[in-house]
Each structure stands twice: as C-alpha cells, then as structure tokens.
Design a protein around this ligand. Structure first.
Ligand SMILES: Nc1nc2c(ncn2[C@@H]2O[C@H](COP(=O)(O)OP(=O)(O)OP(=O)(O)O)[C@@H](O)[C@H]2O)c(=O)[nH]1
Length: 301
C-alpha cells in the first residue's frame, strides 16, 4: 500500500517499552504516531487526527479516561476511535472502559497477534464509516457535494458570517434549456453535460472553504464564505467562460448554439436570514432566465 494511504494510529503510553513494542508491531502496516503522556496524546490527536488511538489507561497527570473525555468534548477529535490498553484487567474495568466510549479494551500483558487483529478490525470499521459519510454527502452523478451537504454547511456558514460580520456569497446556477438538451441528445448525453458543468464549478470554485453542490436536477449552488459580491460574481463568470470554451453543442437551445447556464447570486445583507439570502439568489436566477438566459445576475446592494 502507498504510504500516503496508510491509516494513522496514535500510541499513547507512558511506558517507553510498551510504546516501542506497539510501534514496532504496527509500523509495517500503519503510520504510527507516539505520545508519552495524556497532554501529548491530546495535542497529537488534534494536530494529526489519527484514525485510531491506542490509549493507556494508567498514566500520570491525565489518565486515559480523562484523555478520552477531552477527545470527545472537542468536535475536531470527538469521532476518533479509541482502544484502551490497560494493566487493569478486571471485568468491571473493561466494562467501564467500554461504557465511557472506547471502541475496545485490551488488557496488559497483551498478545501481539490479538492487538494486531483488533486494530485491523477497528480500522476497517473506521474505513467503512468514512465511506458511508462520503456517500451520504456526495452526488453520485457529478461527484459534487449533494443537497444534504449543502444544507448542513449553508446553515453553519450563515451562522458564522452573522457572528463574524464577514461576507457570504451564494450563487444558483441552472443549465439553460436542459429539457431540450435531453430531448435532442438523449439522457446519457444530458448526464455527461451535467458532469461537464460540475467540472467547471469545481475548477472555478477554488478556495478550501468554498462549496459547489448539486442542488437538484440541473441546478448547482455555489457557497462562497468570506467572499464579497464582486469576487463571487467573478467565480461564476469564470465558470461561464470555461463552459463556453468547451463549446458543447446544443442545437435545441433558445439561448445559444452551445450549452450555457444562467446564474443568480446575492451576498448576505445586514439582518438577512439564510432563507432570505437563498430566495434573493433565486430571484436573480429568475431575472437571468427572463432576460434571455446565458448570463449572471447579481443582487445590487
Ligand atoms: N440527463 C439528466 N437530466 C436531468 C437530470 N436531472 C434533471 N434533469 C432534467 O433537466 C430538465 C430541467 O428542465 P426544466 O426545469 O424545464 O428547465 P430547462 O429545460 O433547463 O429550461 P430553462 O431552465 O428555462 O432554461 C428536465 O428535463 C429534467 O429531466 C439528470 O440527472 N440527468
């Protein structure tokens, strides 16, 4: 396996011998990170977001239980799987470890084969969870974020913009005469055309915080936090120019002989709700359609 694809395991144990034994065991298959106390474990977990933490229960200062509690309290580390490794081997210790949220509990002295098998099992679960999360957030046809993902992020970004007083821009992009495109070229060609528009969106929406999502059938939405109206409109114009450069024939379009889209945008105004901003962008899209399509309309302040 390519090392960049290796899953990351953090070993947190105050005993250097244990750390070394576990590290030697795991290194051939995983990227191994080490922490010699609870504070270091929290710091490394926040910085590297490992896929799994092997966490010693009895450590000076912060013990494993407290480390787990703090991991869960921080949204950035809350979902990381934790396996306790502990010298406490009574059934009630094990039950307690599982009760506070560990995925598993391994008593010392541990058996290397069992440790490897359990680590592999839990990392497999982590992989499957990630895959499910990915599938739940991605539109299968275009590979863009789906509407569910947009709805989640839109609400969060709107809250953030209101709190920080930062700009937030939103654009709705709707392919022109797409019904006619499907009718003329067939549904599979329509799907390919939608993918092409989605590629334009991904290549023009470049900032890490930006989001291009498929909102519905032939409609995309672009969410651009910390972006004023002019640069946001520029992104949409970039998309329009990129699509024009592709010159995908659309013989049945009333707008142009090639595939085009109309877009409407707005930038968050003082006191505006998320729903109002969305409605404002939608109203601009309506204007763009009614002014002849193949254009971008942006709400003026
Ligand atoms: N190929 C394909 N077509 C889709 C998909 N989703 C929606 N559509 C089609 O997109 C078309 C949208 O049609 P309308 O809402 O009438 O809009 P339009 O023809 O683009 O007209 P204007 O927006 O006014 O330019 C419908 O024919 C849908 O069947 C999809 O995933 N693939």
């Amino acid at each position: 396996m390519n090392p960049v694809e290796m899953q990351k395991v953090l070993i947190a144990d105050d005993d250097p011998v244990n750390r070394q034994v576990l590290a030697e065991l795991l290194k051939p298959e995983y990227t191994v990170l080490l922490a010699k106390n609870g504070e270091q474990a929290l710091e490394r977990a926040a910085r590297h977001t490992p896929d799994l933490i092997l966490l010693d229960v009895m450590m000076p200062d912060l013990d494993g239980f407290e480390v787990l509690r703090r991991l869960r309290a921080d949204p950035a580390t809350a979902a990381i799987a934790v396996i306790f490794i502990s010298g406490l081997d009574r059934p009630e210790d094990e039950a307690n470890g599982l009760k506070v949220g560990a995925a598993d509990y391994i008593a010392k002295p541990f058996n290397a084969t069992v440790v490897m098998a359990r680590v592999a099992l839990h990392l497999q679960v982590v992989r499957q969870q990630r895959l499910l999360e990915h599938l739940a957030h991605v539109d299968a046809l275009t590979g863009l974020a789906n509407r569910r993902r947009f709805d989640e992020l839109y609400e969060a970004e709107w809250q953030r913009a209101r709190r920080a007083g930062s700009p937030l821009s939103l654009a709705l992009v709707d392919v022109d005469c797409f019904k006619q495109y499907n009718d003329h070229y067939g549904h599979p060609a329509g799907d390919r055309a939608l993918r092409a528009v989605a590629r334009m969106a991904s290549s023009c929406v470049r900032r890490p915080a930006d989001l291009a999502a498929r909102y519905g059938g032939e409609e995309l939405v672009l969410l651009m936090p910390d972006t004023e109206a002019a640069p946001a409109e520029h992104v949409v114009q970039c998309m329009r120019a990129s699509l024009a450069a592709q010159a995908i024939a659309h013989a049945a379009s009333a707008a142009a002989p090639v595939l085009t889209f109309s877009a409407g945008g707005a930038t968050l105004a003082e006191g505006e709700t998320a729903a109002e901003l969305f409605a404002a962008a939608d109203a601009q899209l309506y204007r763009a359609k009614h002014a002849g399509r193949n254009r971008v309309e942006w709400r003026q302040r």
